[in-house]
Design a protein around this ligand. Structure first.
Ligand code: PEP
Ligand code: MN
Length: 272
């Protein structure tokens, strides 16, 4: 009831039909599983080009790569900024992939939106309400990642800010939450998928890379997400995980990514 009132545009009662977000022939929220893949950070033109070629060959349709990075420490790699966005777009165009990258600040919206097809709001910014309101005024899809300590209602109310400001193209992403368990980076909440599908008409993507933080857990959790009905996956992939400038420990190498993609084709009803 609270969801129907406080997040009415996001709620299932607002629309019986699931929202499908169509971008240049790719439907997010339709019958086909959508795979977004790429490095945590864009590191160089060669790095993103190599990874784009690998993920495109395996059936991913959206290239991810951070150019503005929200890092816990100010001394960690912060991303290449606008150059990173350029390299990402070039690699996406060359390999026929749509692109997604994070916007960290209101000041960066037009810059990021100019280069990518989907603007990502990171977990740490899920409740940055002034950023959300401004993203409600752009004419581009926004993927909103669940905050570390956000309930489903918090997530849907954050989506509501974007919807209420006029942008109906919102994609939700479950990326794990903080719990008392510290073995993994986060606790990936697979139940979020069927629950969000009950509560909202918006598409639901799962990110098992940030959700677990450990590359060996990414594929099993990706398959679990698909079994639970996820509309898509966001997977970090690196051609050489051990030399990645960020999140190498959770990146799949090309072979692991290929194995995951084959297992999705063989085992799910969705085709990739
Ligand atoms: C990311 O996807 O690059 C990222 C930083 O993820 P999150 O906001 O979920 O931590
Ligand atoms: Mn990352």
């Amino acid at each position: 009831m609270a969801i129907d009132k406080e997040c009415k545009l996001a709620s299932r009662s607002h629309s019986d039909e699931r929202t499908i977000i169509s971008i240049n022939g790719v439907d997010i929220g339709g019958s086909k599983l959508v795979v977004m893949a790429g490095p945590c950070s864009v590191e160089s033109p060669q790095q993103i080009d190599t990874i784009a070629s690998i993920v495109a060959k395996q059936g991913a349709v959206i290239l991810r790569g951070g150019a503005f990075k929200p890092r816990t420490s100010p001394y960690s790699f912060q991303g290449l900024g606008e150059n990173g966005l350029k390299y990402l777009r070039n690699a996406g165009e060359k390999h026929g992939l749509l692109t997604i990258s994070e916007v960290m600040d209101s000041d960066q919206i037009s810059l990021v939106a100019n280069y990518v097809d989907i603007v990502q709001v990171g977990s740490r910014n899920m409740q940055n309400f002034s950023l959300l309101k401004k993203l409600g005024r752009i004419n581009q899809p926004v993927m909103l990642k669940r905050g570390h300590a956000a309930t489903y209602q918090d997530l849907l109310c954050a989506a509501e800010y974007i919807l209420d400001a006029g942008n109906s193209q919102v994609i939700l992403c479950e990326r794990g939450i903080r719990t008392f368990e510290t073995y993994c980076r986060n606790t990936l909440d697979i139940a979020a998928v069927p629950i969000l599908h009950e509560l909202t008409h918006l598409p639901v993507i799962v990110d098992p890379s940030h959700g677990t933080g450990l590359s060996r857990l990414v594929s099993p959790m990706a398959r679990a997400a698909v079994a639970a009905g996820a509309d898509g996956l966001m997977i970090e992939v690196h051609s050489e995980p051990s030399s990645a400038l960020s999140d190498g420990q959770q990146a799949l190498d090309p072979e692991q990514f290929a194995t995951l993609m084959h297992s999705l084709i063989n085992r799910s009803s969705c085709s990739v």
